[in-house]
Design a protein around this ligand. Sequence first.
Ligand code: MN
Length: 747
Amino acid sequence: MAKVDTDIKTDLEKLELDKLQESILSELLDICHENLDETDDEFVRKAFKLCYLSHQGVKRASGEAYFLHPVEVAKIMAEDFNIDDESVVAALLHDTVEDTNVTLNDIRNLFGDTVAHLIDGVTKITGFFDNRDSKQAETFMKLLLSMAEDIRVVLIKFADRLHNMRTINHLPRQKQLKKATETLELYAPLAHRFGLFNIKNEFEDLCFKVIDPNSFKFIARKLREKKESREEFIDKFMEPVEKQLEEYNFNFEIKGRPKHIYSIYRKMQSQQKPFEEIYDLFAIRIILENPHTKEDCWRVYSIITDWYTPIPKRFRDFISVPKANGYQSLHTTVITKTGRKVEVQIRTRKMDNIAEQGLAAHWKYKEGESGGSSELDKFVHWVRDVLDNPRPDAATEFVKDFQLNLYQDEIYVFTPDGELKTLPNGASCIDFAFEIHSEIGERAVASKVNGKMVPLRTKLKSGDQVEIITGNKINLNPDWMEDVVTHKAKARLRQFIKQKERKVADEGREIWEKRAKKGKIAISDQELTRIAQKFQFDAAQDMFFEIGSGAFEVDKLFEVVKQFKSKGRIDDKQDDYKSRTEEEIQKEYITTARSVGDDKALVVEGELSNVKYSYANCCNPIPGDNVIGFISRNGDVKIHRSNCKNAHHLIKTDSERIVDVSWAKNIDTQFLGAVRVIGEDRVGLVNDLTEILSKSMQTNMKSINVTSEGGMFEGILTLYINDLAHLEKIINRLERVEGIKNVTRYE
Ligand code: MN
């Protein structure tokens, strides 16, 4: 155990609580005993002591000792969420890791993994609450849920904010407004989605009081004034019903006073009606105590409608068909003899708990949203189960087991400005770049995640802040196809690969046209297509692609065209290249190749030893690269890197001409290899790069090509390379040069 822990342990043991502290602690313990199934008093006492010790000497804006804040948060945890003593302990210590010198390790050693996990979660999500764009509450909530893992973490955060809002009047006006707006836009909707309606209502009223104190006071005063007449009306309305319910031995509670000021205000605003009209829409709730059942709700309904006429259109049966979030209740609207409409809601105590303050929170389940995850199904099932078979410990058990992994198919990441973006799970920086803008995706050269340079293909996770560094021109890489999951990125890359192939084909056509001009031959496109087909190409374009990529010799085509022009037909023996067997092709190559085999850098496998070969200049392979050989039509073997796109194309169209090749053990030759260096432009950068290469890397440079724009520097360095390891060393070294952001192999 670390030294600091022992110190804290001794300090805790030595600490004697004074009378006042003892009374504060015993008040908290009373609340725990009242609301929790089980409370380990010593566990809570130890946390209380650490809470006091670690915040000792610190005061809140109100002037009172800081430690009273976590104590109040712990009370809310016990009273409003009544889950377990671990969450009470975590609430007591929720500010320690962030604000004091107590570490997460100390917490783990003193209070165990669960409490440490909870506090870590609270600390983490607190960071995300700060300075976020609160307009994206919905996405934000998903982020929160995907990060929090344990629902208790979110509840502690709610309790924390609730207490801060209750004591907000000690803060300066500016801060009050900021906190109130944030709470109204973020915490209140979150609480609503969690089904924590009481908490949500309190959040809203506390915020409303800060943001629009005059309207708040006005409605509050009106409510006070009207209280008496309203209660009188409700009493009169309920009198005959109550009498009868008592006769039938119903055990019930009647709720009729609206306490939520903000919702009255909002209705006044949205319906453009004065207070009286909104307020006079009465809603009465009849709650049947345990062990009343749903059948009893129907009996109450029948009693009410014996006395008052129901409006059939306004009848809702959420008991037989609960809302997706598990909400159950009977709703009916009746008319009194004086013509007033009264909405009556009938439900059992259990249903009321779930609806008001329970975890009836549906998290994802929302009408219109597609499907539900199995976790969510489990949750809804649980809500029903609790409603049907009341068991005091069911809630606790469930909350302990329930992991908030509802959103694992999506991740939520931030732009540098703090804007939230939703991406599918598995998305990389490249996907993110395309999500921002297709131009950003096309020009991305490097990326930073949480302030650190990372390769563009890096996979993102929820909560990452991502910055894309773009270059001055299109920088797409066909290899990225493996690293993207979004449709946007895939579509653009596909288009790019097509374009690139077209470009190679255009180059091939140019090569052909030059050759034809030199040989003074003219041929129509139609005739060329016929000849290409004789060579088993689907179209002339495919033939040009192979010429462009060096796989098909232009002279071969020229010979055949010449023959065609003079004879008016193509000699079958000549053109039937592709139909020959592999063996035949190999035999011919072996004879042609043996005479020229020289370089010992490569071993071509099988019978094809000592063949003539050359390196494809599309991918410039160097020793150490995985390579394949491609038998070209003129008899030699072209060596491609096995991940080269041209090679892939050839594998797909001409797999019988692929041969295995491997590098020889000892190679003296040097190869040309290029690296691309991206960084912030500065005076002397090129000098630094060349010096490092020649002096510390003993590497010769063939050429350097530098462009610079908008403070960004891009250099293509063509170097003499021994092998892959050498190239990797160079890349690693150059990456450490001041201002350099990204060094990659360049093809
Ligand atoms: Mn706090």
